[in-house]
Ligand binder design. Structure first.
Ligand code: BES
Ligand code: MN
Ligand code: ZN
Length: 500
């Protein structure tokens, strides 16, 4: 369903401008004005560009924003886009500039005149991310035409753009999974797509219900017991580091980073059923698992020098005769008993067992879980930021820093013991809801109970950012793939050895 756009980098050739069809986009530093190719275009278009640059609209254009000239005389192009991009622009602004070109991209493609712009590769990446498409329309839609970029040093830009291919593929993998409807992306189908990643060098194991039962994952299994789709846990291992000698000279694998994802393929709410309005959105309730899958794909594609294990709990939350009831008490793999007050607070039940399993099996150096966990996080942060909860402020700082560098909104949320009494249960060790207030915090407090004190851990509630109601800068309406870029950067900066 994806339509990746391959971008050709080539040397600036002013003679090719007059005949170029489709769109011509020019990166213009508002402080510096037109370059050689721009002046040539301006001349062909009889001064249309310099008039546009003198306009009030151009004066208001922020970095990454475009001013369009339609059907300019003297050119074969349908439109010329002047894109404001200072030479000192940041990564986010450069990607936004590329996205502006992608938005109007048609069958005739586009030519971007970047000349010696230092952010040319980031512009290309922004274009690729925004040119993603996903739908089941049966009418043929014209594809995207060729995209070329004129730059001063094509080889150098191509070299800097190369790592973006693995990242874009991871983001698209995540978006496809989130956009896919639940009749197609069943737990079986999801697991099969993950198993296919073995081709990339990932080790993938699928734990089926009998095995989960044996492990004592009754919290996770309870959620899926009303569904015709079998519950599963999928473990994906990327081993990018050689073993290290311990103090006794014995070779041991380096402890991995563990990524854990909520993979509720559809969330009806179960017996505590959700209202009909908007329920169709709950095809995205596997968004956390999709981010974990996308990151693992990127790490494998770029052969990351880090040990990372991705674990996803795949279930479907359905009401039927076998479904879990409000009031049921289940025993988690950890051994703690849980009173299920509301079957719609299912994500935390799934994560409780997968978090515990991840720690028991891998003793990770750090652990991050991602989940479309609560509507309350959308009340708190809207669709602009994911909520970050932690037991280790230093580790959370690294995660927030990576998110900021990638332009993905993330904001710290509190997680102190003050919230623990809200999830005390009269009958069991803990209950799965904490009442009306602070809903995303009591959810995080629930998860914290399944995290060992010695494991640096972040919980990221992505309910608001996985599938926002409209388009975003780098994604058309639908799934964003939020988090893949952040986690890839975190792995690079925090878990891979420095070059040299
Ligand atoms: N999957 C939902 C959370 C959600 C809501 C994700 C909106 C994306 C958009 C989760 O399983 C859920 O139903 N949470 C409940 C918890 C409540 C019953 C304590 C909620 O947020 O209402
Ligand atoms: Mn729910
Ligand atoms: Zn859910």
């Amino acid at each position: 369903m994806t339509h990746p756009v391959a971008i050709q980098f080539r040397e600036t050739d002013p003679a090719a401008l007059a005949a170029r069809e489709g769109a011509i986009a020019l990166l213009v530093d508002p402080g510096a004005g037109l370059g050689a190719a721009g002046r040539r275009l301006d001349k062909l278009a009889r001064g249309a560009l310099s008039r546009a640059l003198a306009s009030e609209a151009w004066g208001k254009a922020k970095p990454g924003e475009a001013l369009e000239i339609g059907y300019p005389a003297g050119l074969a192009a349908e439109r010329v886009m002047l894109i404001a991009l200072p030479r000192r622009a940041g990564v986010e602004q450069a990607r936004k500039a590329g996205a502006a070109v992608a938005k109007g991209l048609g069958p005739k493609g586009a030519l971007i005149v970047a000349e010696g712009h230092p952010r040319a590769a980031e512009v290309a990446f922004g274009l690729a991310l925004r040119a993603y498409r996903f739908d089941y329309h049966t009418a043929e839609k014209p594809g995207f035409g060729p995209v070329e970029m004129m730059v001063a040093k094509p080889e150098e830009v191509a070299r800097r753009a190369a790592p973006h291919a693995a990242l874009a593929e991871g983001v698209f993998f995540t978006r496809d999974l989130v956009n896919e409807p639940a009749n197609i992306l069943t737990t079986d189908d999801f697991a099969a797509r993950l198993a296919a990643m073995q081709e990339l060098g990932l080790e993938v194991e699928i734990l089926e219900e009998a095995e989960l039962e044996r492990l004592g994952m009754r919290a996770l299994l309870g959620v899926g017991q009303g569904s015709a789709s079998p519950s599963k846990v999928v473990v994906m291992q990327w081993k990018g580091l050689p073993e290290e000698e311990d103090s006794c000279g014995v070779a041991r694998p380096v402890a991995p980073l563990a990524l854990v994802g909520k993979g509720v393929c559809f969330d009806t709410g179960g017996i505590s059923i959700k209202p009909a309005a908007g329920m169709e959105e709950m095809t995205m309730d596997m968004g956390g698992a999709a981010v974990v899958a996308g990151v693992m794909r990127t790490l494998a594609l770029r052969k990351a020098r880090a040990n990372v294990v991705g674990l996803v709990g795949l279930v479907e939350n359905m009401p039927d005769g076998a479904a879990q009831r409000p009031g049921d008490i289940v025993k988690s793999m950890k051994g703690d008993t849980i009173e299920v007050i509301n079957t719609d607070a299912e994500g935390r039940l799934v994560l409780a067992d997968v978090l515990w399993y991840a720690q028991e099996r891998f003793a990770p150096a750090a652990m991050i879980d991602l989940a479309t966990l609560t509507g309350a996080i959308i009340v708190a942060l809207g669709h602009e930021h994911a909520g970050v909860f932690t037991n280790d402020d230093g580790f959370a700082h690294e995660v927030l820093k990576a998110a900021k560098a990638e332009g993905e909104g993330a904001w710290p949320m509190p997680l102190t013991p003050a919230y623990d009494p809200l999830i005390k249960s009269r009958l069991a060790d803990i209950k799965n809801t904490g009442g009306r207030w602070g809903g995303s915090i009591t959810a995080a407090a629930f998860l914290k109970r399944f995290v060992k004190d010695e494991t640096p851990w972040c919980h990221i509630d992505i309910a608001g950012v996985a599938l926002p109601p409209g388009e975003t800068t780098l994604a058309p309406k639908g799934a964003t793939g939020w988090g893949v870029m952040t986690l890839d950067r975190l792995v690079r900066e925090r878990f891979e050895p420095k070059e040299g």
